[in-house]
Design a protein around this ligand. Structure first.
Ligand SMILES: *[C@@H]1O[C@H](CO)[C@@H](O)[C@H](O)[C@H]1NC(C)=O
Ligand SMILES: *[C@@H]1O[C@H](CO)[C@@H](O)[C@H](O)[C@H]1NC(C)=O
Ligand SMILES: *[C@@H]1O[C@H](CO)[C@@H](O)[C@H](O)[C@H]1NC(C)=O
Ligand SMILES: *[C@@H]1O[C@H](CO)[C@@H](O)[C@H](O)[C@H]1NC(C)=O
Ligand SMILES: *[C@@H]1O[C@H](CO)[C@@H](O)[C@H](O)[C@H]1NC(C)=O
Length: 478
């Protein structure tokens, strides 16, 4: 009995060691020597690359074993179909220091589409000659339908034409990027079929037409960047379904209409940039639901309404709030000063009115605050240390009915371009104060920015009047 147990244990140990060896050997074999590349795959790779970099490039001579001991930069391989190497990644263009540049007349060779396990394909700085514009062929892309996960065209100023309608068949795509090319035309509606997309970037091209409403079907999307094109029409309300979205940037287009209420559903959104469009209507109240937002940029639109209608303290993660150059009316609510993480506050060039709360100075991280170009009234009563810390990054100029109020003895830190409140000027025995103030402003003159020109005159004028009043007073006294 004892003997049996012992031999059984020995046997199991032996089996285990044998198992380990087999595993080890298989591992070795998989990773290196055993695998080969099919001749057809290898030729397809060479010819595909040649189409972009030129006939001089002799792959079989330069890189006889492209997935093995002579790797090509920008090419990755993996093993499929019982131990054969296949190309999974191909990056064309000036990506690495010594990668060959593309030729004048690049050619999308049919061999490219024979790489049946290709997952990632990119073109960076490849079609760069504006004088020899290139269009993407429409045919053949369906060959990649089951495999391609990432397709990117970046910085190709010579790449023109429309997005091929056949891209709508690439249903495995997780990333589709057209960044800084010269592509034009409308965005194909059937891109709404690419339901596995996580990233969709069309920024910096010349796309026109409406944003397809069925982009709202891309429920996996994390990043949608349509900025810097000529897109028009409304922002589809279907975008409210993109509830995984982290970043939505449609800035610098010609979008119009009101910002749909449904935007408020995007609870994970950290960036919303709608700036430089033609959006109108009142400030969408549901924006207050976007509790993950770090950056909210709506500047340069015709959006009106009042800031008082939103519960700003819901947006506790805000770092950048830019609502400049819009048509906002009414007062600045005190709840904006509860955004303790705020670093940038832009409310300039609106039609805002009322008095400014001293609590604005209590946002600990704020480094720039622009309130200029409104019609704020009354007295600014912010601490001198705040003016000192901010300098010109506290913008309160161009508010004709605003003045600052502070101790007459403190002359070092005053809000730039704002006049001092009249009632603080003591005409009796303060000759020194007034002249030192005048001096202070004269010293500021050489470094004035262009927009400060008007303001400088404003300040000088105020002090001129003060001086004259003082002289008159002295005259009378004599
Ligand atoms: C590439 O080089 C090989 C070996 O030197 C040669 O046989 C082949 O003809 C060359 N191919 C081209 C397209 O130049
Ligand atoms: C939002 O983010 C949270 C935390 O990262 C995550 O658990 C959740 O699944 C996200 N919601 C959606 C709809 O993606
Ligand atoms: C202020 O900035 C610091 C440094 O970036 C950060 O650690 C801190 O959390 C910020 N304060 C608030 C209230 O967000
Ligand atoms: C600015 O506000 C003042 C006081 O409320 C008002 O009298 C004046 O008309 C306003 N100016 C403009 C340009 O709206
Ligand atoms: C004037 O400044 C002093 C010292 O900075 C301060 O204690 C005092 O309260 C200030 N007075 C007014 C009216 O602001």
């Amino acid at each position: 009995m004892k003997h049996l147990i012992k031999s059984r244990a020995t046997c199991m140990v032996l089996v285990f060691i044998l198992y380990l060896r087999v595993e080890y050997c298989n591992g070795e074999e998989d990773k290196t020597l055993g695998a080969v590349m099919e001749k057809t795959e290898q030729e397809a790779l060479y010819f595909a690359i040649q189409g972009f970099v030129g006939k001089w490039w002799n792959g079989s001579e330069l890189y006889p074993d492209p997935c093995g001991w002579t790797p090509i930069q920008g090419v990755s391989c993996d093993i499929f179909d019982g131990g054969y190497w296949f190309v999974t990644e191909l990056n064309i263009g000036l990506i690495h220091e010594n990668s060959p540049s593309c030729v004048l007349k690049v050619e999308f060779s049919p061999h490219l589409f024979a790489l049946k396990h290709l997952k990632r394909l990119s073109f960076v700085n490849c079609m760069v000659h504006r004088s020899h514009p290139i269009t993407i062929p429409t045919e053949d892309w369906a060959a990649f339908a089951g495999s391609l996960e990432s397709l990117e065209f970046r910085s190709n100023p010579g790449l023109i034409g429309h997005i091929p309608i056949t891209f709508g068949s690439l249903t495995n795509l997780q990333s589709l990027v057209f960044l800084e090319n010269k592509m034009s035309g409308e965005l194909p509606t059937n891109l709404g079929n690419l339901i596995n997309l996580k990233r969709l970037v069309f920024s910096g091209n010349q796309f026109t037409g409406q944003v397809p409403s069925n982009f709202g079907s891309l429920r996996q999307l994390l990043i949608m960047d349509l900025s810097r094109n000529s897109l028009s029409g409304n922002l589809p309300s279907t975008f409210g379904r993109l509830n995984s979205l982290l970043k939505l940037d449609v800035s610098n287009n010609r979008l119009e209409g009101t910002v749909p209420n449904e935007i408020g559903n995007l609870r994970n959104l950290t960036l919303l940039d709608l700036s430089r469009n033609k959006f109108a209507g009142a400030l969408t109240k549901s924006l207050q639901e976007l509790s993950s937002l770090k950056e909210l940029v709506l500047s340069k639109n015709s959006i009106s309404g009042s800031l008082m209608n939103l519960e700003w303290h819901n947006l506790q993660n805000l770092i950048i709030l830019d609502l400049s150059k819009m048509m906002l009316k009414g007062e600045v609510p005190e709840s904006i000063s509860e955004l303790k993480g705020l670093r940038f506050l832009g409310l300039n060039d609106n039609k805002l009115t009322g008095e400014l709360t001293p609590k604005l100075a209590e946002m600990p991280n704020v480094t720039a605050m622009y309130l200029n170009g409104n019609n704020f009234t009354g007295k600014l009563i912010l601490p001198e240390s705040f003016y000192g810390k901010m300098g010109r990054r506290f913008g309160a100029w161009d508010n004709p009915n605003l003045c600052y109020s502070m101790n007459l003895s403190s002359t070092r830190h005053v809000p730039f371009g704002v006049k001092q409140c009249q009632d603080r000027v003591n005409l009796y025995g303060t000759e020194v104060d007034i002249s030192s103030k005048l001096e202070g402003n004269v010293n500021e003159v050489p470094s004035l920015v262009a927009s400060g020109e008007y303001t400088r005159n404003g300040i000088s004028y105020v002090y001129l009047v003060n001086m004259m009043m003082l002289l008159c007073f002295l005259d009378f006294a004599i």
